[in-house]
Design a protein around this ligand. Sequence first.
Ligand code: TMP
Length: 211
Amino acid sequence: MKRGLFITLEGGEGAGKSTCLPFLEDRLQQAGHDVVVTREPGGTAVGEKIREILLHAHALHIVPDSELLLVFAARAQHIETVVGPALAGGKTVLCDRFTDASYAYQGGGRGIPAQRIAMLETWAQAELRPDLTLLFDLPVEKGLQRAGARSAPDRFEREGRDFQERIRQHYLLIARREPQRVKVIDASQELVHVEAQLTTILKGLPAGGGG
Ligand code: TMP
């Protein structure tokens, strides 16, 4: 069986990617894709526990290397038990964040050298890379406003503007390096306009096997 499509969503805080997930899932299903929606860190029982530490353990001091290894610990579990089997079964996997987030947050944000992240990427993923990445881009200020209106800030949202700006710039750098894979969405627009951008990008995808 042909391997399914692996699509990831990325962006800074409050970019609206999670809001757009049901829309994307719906459109892909209409195009005949058998869709599995998942997220990182998370997507498995182990990954969700790790997510809890990473996002909400405010009292703990987590050093950058530990943070990086935790996201990859969650990722290894996710790939072996969810993402890998789904793709092998011909399903389209729609994943809210993946390894670009490690390059942006732990690399750009925390300052860990990219080579270290690349070592873990090779270890945990072997050849697995997303086929398409939707990068929801918007000014940091606007994103933090949106995220603040939604819920109490998590560990990453509590970091300062500089941290968030480094993350934004790192994501944009990845998009410039890999324009074929990474499509930048102007996420500062109204939801209908964001959805219109997504629709245009989805039109370029191969049809799913089930439709
Ligand atoms: P979110 O699902 O609301 O975007 O929250 C996930 C948080 O985890 C977000 O702040 C980014 C962070 N994160 C990393 O720092 N590194 C990673 O590799 C991943 C997948 C997420």
